[in-house]
Design a protein around this ligand. Structure first.
Ligand SMILES: [Zn+2]
Length: 587
């Protein structure tokens, strides 16, 4: 059937849609090409690090320059802007694609000198951070060794020394951070973004103020529970370290983490000893188990290329090169080439991590379909991508699943309250750090141009307000304790992603447990349930073509809220109130 329109405006609408489509089709082809080359170059420099050999670094820089030149091209940007000025005549998918192109381009377009200064400053800052020599008692130590001390040392002086040692790196990063802030702001301001923080937030389709309000709301929802954990920790740690008085605020070096973001190693959970079972298996078995979990939900097998091209296991001891041991998942060509970088060993940590990384891989595979153009092959937002892998990782650690798989004896007796407490000391204590400390600081840094001589004062004011944590002694402006956190330097202004991913995780897990599985959210078995698979695939397959708020509401029937997370920890709240009876609350 052909409908011939009489109206000129209708023809014009058709013309511009066609024109935009031609442009987008050709953009997507080129975009895939430059992105593939850049991803491949970055992949190579992660999986093979040979000291003294700069070939990979050079290739990475070359591919990065080509990527930046393509996306920062003023002709491309003008064309996108032209189409967006006529967006009333475009389809929703076209407008979404064009906005995404402009978003990516804003970080590379504009004044060439500013962009290349920013890239150079970025590299310099990262090199200074990773090249830093941490010293403790006159000897060089790794950050892993510092973390071990903070997790297990009971002598408070030794803890304090380790904490101090971990913060020395910030001094040399302070000027670099101030310089990077200026350049990051300047580059995106060329695209009418107010500042870099607002730019990063705009990927959620939100203003900076809206994001701050959302973070505040989540933080407030979880505040009563955090207050109980904070009180519990002050009293329990005072006992543990033999302190005469219980302090009103937690001394930062008392906590088992350099930033006080994860306190889970404060407690031991007896009963579940997955490590003793897993150590009898091979590393390959661990990854295959992860794939098997997703297959049982109805997902396809992983493509052969995944097994051929991934770097999944530790290098042999006699290898003459190194690899990055931090787990990651890659969508190299925005098509079928998916890979993971891990160093899997047969233990519970890698068991959970394998399930997490495969969550990213199955998300890639789900939105690689003809309805999602390559430039929109991303999560509904950045937090969604983290949420699903973490959710499956959590589900794979629950008792009902492990018993069903024969990995835990059916008659095992576990301390469920302690398990819940341990989970809260990980998930809940993270929220004030992520939505408060990190987000407030970066908001002030970029949006309010926080003066360099106030960096450290502001940081500690926020830490005290949100986390209820204080340093053991005055931290003057010669330090820059914020810059000791990697993300402040090289993954700037998006830390709220992680907090939101936890909230989404619990919200979706709650929905699956109660509405599909009809099981207790604390003890589920997703395995083999195709309905769960269909539910997840429906969320994943649209990639970034739809507004994330609509995706979440359509799937779960509710807006983003920490309610599910609160419900999950409700039994713990009762326990903590009992334990904290008579104790002084200070938050
Ligand atoms: Zn992840």
């Amino acid at each position: 059937m052909i409908v011939v329109c009489l109206f000129a405006s209708c023809r014009q609408k058709e013309n511009i849609q066609q024109e935009a489509q031609q442009f987008l089709d050709s953009f997507n082809i080129s975009y895939e090409k430059v992105a593939t080359a850049y991803n491949e170059a970055q992949w190579q420099s992660q999986i093979k690090i040979t000291e003294g050999d700069s070939t990979n670094a050079m290739n990475e820089r070359k591919a990065g320059d080509a990527y930046a030149a393509f996306l920062g091209d003023s002709l491309l940007i003008n064309k996108v802007s032209y189409f967006l000025q006529n967006d009333k005549d475009l389809t929703e998918l076209q407008t979404t694609s064009l906005k995404k192109i402009l978003y990516i381009a804003a970080n590379y377009g504009g004044n060439k000198e500013d962009v290349s200064s920013r890239i150079a400053a970025d590299n310099k800052q990262t090199a200074a951070l990773y090249g830093f020599h941490y010293m403790l008692n006159g000897k060089e130590v790794t950050t892993n060794q510092i973390d071990d001390i903070l997790r297990s040392e009971t002598d408070n002086n030794k803890r304090l020394a380790a904490w101090f040692a971990s913060k020395e790196v910030g001094k040399g990063l302070k000027d670099g951070l101030a310089h990077l802030r200026d350049l990051r702001n300047k580059v995106v301001q060329g695209f009418k973004y107010n500042d870099f923080f607002s730019y990063q937030v705009s990927d959620y389709g939100m203003s900076a103020d809206e994001m701050m309000a959302l973070c505040k709301k989540i933080n407030e929802e979880l505040r009563p529970l955090y207050r109980e954990l904070h009180t519990y920790a002050r009293y329990e740690l005072a006992k543990k370290y033999g302190a005469k008085n219980v302090p009103d605020y937690l001394p930062t070096h008392w906590l088992p983490n350099r930033w006080g973001q994860d306190w889970s190693s404060m407690v031991n959970v007896e009963g579940i000893n997955l490590d003793s079972v897993l150590k009898t298996k091979s590393a390959e078995w661990i990854v295959k188990q992860g794939e098997d979990f997703y297959k049982s939900l109805g997902y396809d097998a992983l493509p052969q290329g995944f097994w051929d091209k991934s770097s999944l296991y530790p290098l042999p001891a006699d290898a003459n090169y190194k690899k990055n041991n931090h787990a990651s998942a890659w969508h190299i060509d925005l098509e079928k080439d998916v890979r993971s970088l891990m160093s899997v060993e047969p233990n519970s940590e890698w068991f959970e991590t394998s399930h997490h990384e495969l969550g990213h891989i199955y998300y890639y595979m789900s939105y690689t379909n003809p309805d999602v153009p390559p430039v929109l092959r991303e999560g509904a937002n950045r937090a969604f991508h983290e949420a699903f892998g973490s959710m499956i990782g959590m589900a794979a650690m629950q008792k009902a699943f492990l018993q069903n798989k024969g990995l835990l004896p059916t008659n095992v007796i576990t301390n469920d309250t302690m398990k819940l407490l341990q989970e809260a000391l990980n998930y809940v204590t993270f929220i004030p750090f992520a939505t408060g400390t990190m987000t407030e600081f970066e908001h002030d840094l970029y949006k309010n141009n926080l003066p360099e001589n106030e960096f450290n004062k502001r940081w500690w004011d926020i830490v005290k307000e949100y986390q209820g944590i204080v340093p053991a002694s005055e931290r003057g402006e010669e330090y820059c304790d914020a810059a000791t956190k990697t993300h402040i330097n090289d993954d700037a202004a998006q830390y709220y992603d992680y907090a939101l991913s936890y909230v989404i995780l619990f919200q979706v897990h709650d929905y699956i447990s109660k509405n599909i599985l009809k099981q207790d959210p604390h003890n589920t078995n997703y395995y083999g349930n195709k309905e769960v698979g269909t539910f997840l695939k429906n969320i994943m397959k649209t990639g970034a073509t739809k507004d994330w708020r609509k995706v979440l509401k359509d799937a779960t029937g509710s807006d983003l809220s920490a309610k599910a997370m609160l419900d999950y920890f409700e039994p713990l709240m009762k326990y903590l109130k009992e334990v904290n009876k008579g104790r002084k609350y200070t938050l």
